[in-house]
Design a protein. Sequence first.
Length: 258
Amino acid sequence: MNSGGVTGDTLAKAGADIFAQPVRDYVYQYLGRPVTVLQAGSVTPLAELGLDKLRENGFEINVVTVEVDQPCVDTAGSDVRVGDLRTIPLPPRGFDIVHCSLLLDRIKHVALVLDRLGAALRPGGILLLRIRDRDCAAGFLDRRLPGWARRALWTRLYPGQPGPFPAVYEPTASARGIAAYMLMRGMVIDRRRAVRTLPPEPHRLSRSVSAVRTIVALSSRGRLTDDHDEVMFVIRKPEDRFARVVLTCPPGGMPACD
């Protein structure tokens, strides 16, 4: 099982380590005008973007949250709209920052959603993605376990939290898939960070899940990794729509991590 739906300090800190700095840099780059943020799905809180501190410093930041159901985290201060990201109207070039966290693995038509998020982003804007990687041992287990087993594990590992969410995991919902998509669309991956998440309690069950992941990865003979289960990306939309992006990839096709 993956850690989707976890909203605690550990996940918030992991996101803040990579997301807050580019958000702060963007806000300071465009001093004097409001900054508009689109939160696409609300599995994790916006705290990882550092918006509260920016607001305390006097910056005007407006947030629109789009979720298929009522948000499962605190969205105070956000304009919440319930709808499907594949069909809900989004203003072209209407947002400076788009934040999409732990959503893409649980929906169909991932490329369509990314197309719409990219179209809603202003040139020069930033797309902040956190995905569960399809090509990892945890992702493999999440989509192969029967429903009753997923529910039982979720109840023990994440008591009181919404879930488990559907385990769709289209090929684009992977580290490789995101890299390939962004290359085709001319979007620039500025930073990428892979993390291995696991709930600390209950301790014995958590250790057992970790061991099963390791066994699955070893059995796959390199096809699946147990080094991480989530990947975070900071992606920029070029100012010039005719810009061509060239990414240098190591063997295996993935851009190097920071």
